[in-house]
Design a protein. Structure first.
Length: 346
């Protein structure tokens, strides 16, 4: 049987049309969207201002959530990882991860890390998500559903689009979902960071329509030959072109870029790397964020020592590059990107 259209797939106008098609009143659409998207009511039975008959009809004909939580993993620091399964019409169900990361200061709310694809075609060899290849893009509704499930764990104040998948390869569904996140769920554009490996043409497209997102570009090395190995889908795009795309973004949006750099012990943290990276970034207003590698079972990469990461950061700072270090949270709980899903697939 074909899947019935989910509320989260629809725009406000489409919701109104659908509700009226189903025999409801036009004003029900606003009541429903406010209750679900703004107030976080995830079951029509909880919208008590609607009659029992309307609630039952909606539950039958216009589902809110389609996914099923199949695993939840909680780290000592409060980070929660959800493994969510989405049904696929006539196909294999899709598994994705969403991570809820509470702030150290509870009053500040949490950051939600969302996925945009089932698997990832970029195939970075140090990433669990890249190992299983791409199955498909997530729909707009499936991206929004992650926010609703995340907010159900605890209040959200920020979001990073850094989970499974390459966001710019699912641009239309992502921008559709983030419109709802900004306008109806209530996380402002400036609190949303989109993280990409930096496809220049797609970045230019997003930059022109950008409503104010923060941008992070995963660079991982200043050398073309090494980037072709570490970020295989970008093998034909020189680092210089990625940096130019970043410059164009800055020109179009006025927003500085963060260059993400996964530090792989002994592989991309030498003095040669820091010097070349600093030379590449000279004159650019940006930040480098170092992410010490999180071990993934059975791969060949090493987590760098704390001292080595600090030293690499210091070399960059001395060369004039604004540099931060992001020590991953939740390491005790399948916390490396894509690990829950990898386990479920084994
Ligand atoms: S690190 Fe990001 S871009 Fe690379 S394979 Fe993993 S999810 Fe894809």
């Amino acid at each position: 049987m074909p899947l019935k259209p989910s509320l989260l797939e629809l725009t406000p106008d489409e919701t109104r049309e659908r509700v009226m098609e189903l025999g409801g009143k036009a004003f029900h659409a606003k009541v429903i969207r406010t209750a679900v998207l703004n107030k976080g009511i995830l079951d029509y039975q909880g919208i008590t201002s609607l009659s029992k008959g309307v609630r039952e009809m909606l539950a039958e004909e216009m589902p809110i959530l389609r996914g099923r939580e199949v695993d939840r993993s909680l780290a000592k620091d409060g980070t929660t990882k959800l493994l969510i399964e989405f049904p696929v019409e006539g196909g294999k169900n899709a598994l994705i991860e969403t991570v809820h990361i509470p702030s150290h200061d509870e009053a500040k709310g949490a950051t939600l890390c969302v996925s945009t694809q089932v698997g990832c075609p970029v195939a970075c060899p140090f990433c669990a998500s890249g190992r299983l290849g791409l199955e498909r893009n997530l729909s707009k509704a499936e991206i929004i559903e992650q926010y609703l499930r995340g907010r159900d764990i605890g209040r959200l104040s920020r979001s990073v689009v850094m989970g499974i998948g390459e966001p710019l390869l699912n641009l239309q569904n992502l921008t559709g979902a983030l419109k709802v996140v900004r306008e109806e769920i209530g996380i402002g554009a400036r609190k949303i960071t989109v993280s990409t490996v930096g496809f220049p043409d797609r970045l230019a497209k997003l930059g022109k329509t950008n409503p104010g997102f923060q941008l992070a570009i995963s660079l991982h090395t200043p050398f073309d030959d090494q980037r072709a190995i570490l970020v295989p889908a970008m093998a034909k795009v020189p680092v210089a072109d990625v940096l130019c795309a970043g410059d164009l973004w800055f020109k179009d949006t006025g927003r500085q870029i963060t260059y993400e750099y996964v530090v792989l012990g002994g592989l991309n943290d030498s003095r040669e790397h820091s010097e070349r990276l600093a030379a590449r970034l000279r004159g650019r207003r940006c930040t480098v964020n170092l992410i010490p590698y999180n071990p993934v079972e059975g791969d060949r990469f090493q987590r760098p020592s704390r001292d080595d990461v600090e030293e690499f950061a210091e070399e960059l700072r001395e060369a004039g590059v604004v540099t931060t270090i992001r020590w991953s949270r939740g390491l005790d709980s399948d916390a490396a990107c894509g690990q829950l899903r990898l386990h479920a697939a084994q």
